[in-house]
Design a protein around this ligand. Structure first.
Ligand SMILES: C[S@@+](CC[C@H](N)C(=O)[O-])C[C@H]1O[C@@H](n2cnc3c(N)ncnc32)[C@H](O)[C@@H]1O
Length: 249
């Protein structure tokens, strides 16, 4: 792993230790992923056939999205850079009694995943690729292209440039990587303003990252935080603007 990936591992591992101590980690599947995968499955597979599919999450964290896919009977695999997150993910799957549905849970970067070519029917990522630099993002999408079978699905969930944080800081975009901010305002919470590097995607850059795919449909999803929550973060108004990328190889 590169020095930057070592740093990412340390940062995310510390975050998961804190999240476990505060019982604050994600326990619910991400709605955007659930809906998109459900549309795909409904149109192509019977419930019986879904049991033969292999679904994976790149940057699986505590694993709620994998539990949701395992609930459908799928074999599930996860890759994450944080060993603490992976331990938690394993525990979550075991508690849900899905131990026997686990294919592979590996500690690695999404830029270099130790799985076979075309081994996945469904690949998910949520709020992971957005924290990679340009070279890493290209490598991560190359891995998606390599891992997903022809006809398989990728769903990504990532920051978009209508986001309030991007709006406020757009004058600070990195000169050599437009759309990317490096924000380190301090504090121990994991708000975008102190997480380090964040890339805010545009709809138009997605087809270039998945060349040759039959469908690449980045859909806008916006959610305005309640005023009290916006105020906590130092804003009058806080719009979370995300892309849900629905892509079929
Ligand atoms: C914001 S969390 C999202 C977790 C999960 N996708 C979810 O939606 O609940 C980001 C996750 O990506 C992992 N991560 C960050 N950079 C990574 C990388 N380069 N390779 C693999 N995992 C990474 C972190 O350890 C963390 O589990």
């Amino acid at each position: 792993m590169s020095t930057r990936e070592d740093q990412m591992r340390e940062t995310w591992d510390r975050s998961f230790e804190e999240q476990i101590a505060r019982q604050a980690y994600n326990t619910a599947p991400v709605e955007a992923l659930v809906r998109s995968v459900s549309y795909y499955l409904r149109d192509r597979y019977s419930q019986e056939e879904q049991r033969d599919l292999h679904g994976a999450e790149l940057g699986c964290g505590a694993g709620p999205n994998l539990v949701w896919m395992a609930d459908k009977g799928m074999t599930v695999s996860g890759v994450d850079i944080s060993p603490t997150a992976l331990g938690l993910c394993r525990e979550t799957l075991d508690k849900a009694e899905h131990g026997e549905r686990v294919g592979s849970l590996v500690e690695a970067s999404v830029t270099n995943v130790p799985w076979e070519d075309e081994s996945l029917d469904v690949a998910l990522e949520s709020c992971v690729f957005q924290h990679l630099d340009r070279e890493e993002r290209t490598a991560a999408f190359r891995e998606v292209d390599r891992l997903v079978k022809p006809g398989g699905l990728f769903v990504g969930h990532m920051l978009e440039q209508g986001h309030t944080v991007f709006d406020k800081h757009q004058g600070e975009q990195l000169a050599d990587d437009p759309g990317t901010l490096q924000l380190e305002e301090g504090g121990s919470n994991f708000y975008l303003t102190n997480i380090g590097l964040s890339h805010f995607f545009t709809k138009s850059e997605l087809p270039e990252l998945l060349p040759g795919w039959t469908t690449v449909d980045p859909c806008l999803s916006q959610y305005e935080l309640p005023a009290a929550e916006a105020e906590k973060r130092g804003y009058d108004r806080y719009l979370q603007s995300m892309l849900i990328v629905f892509a079929v190889k």
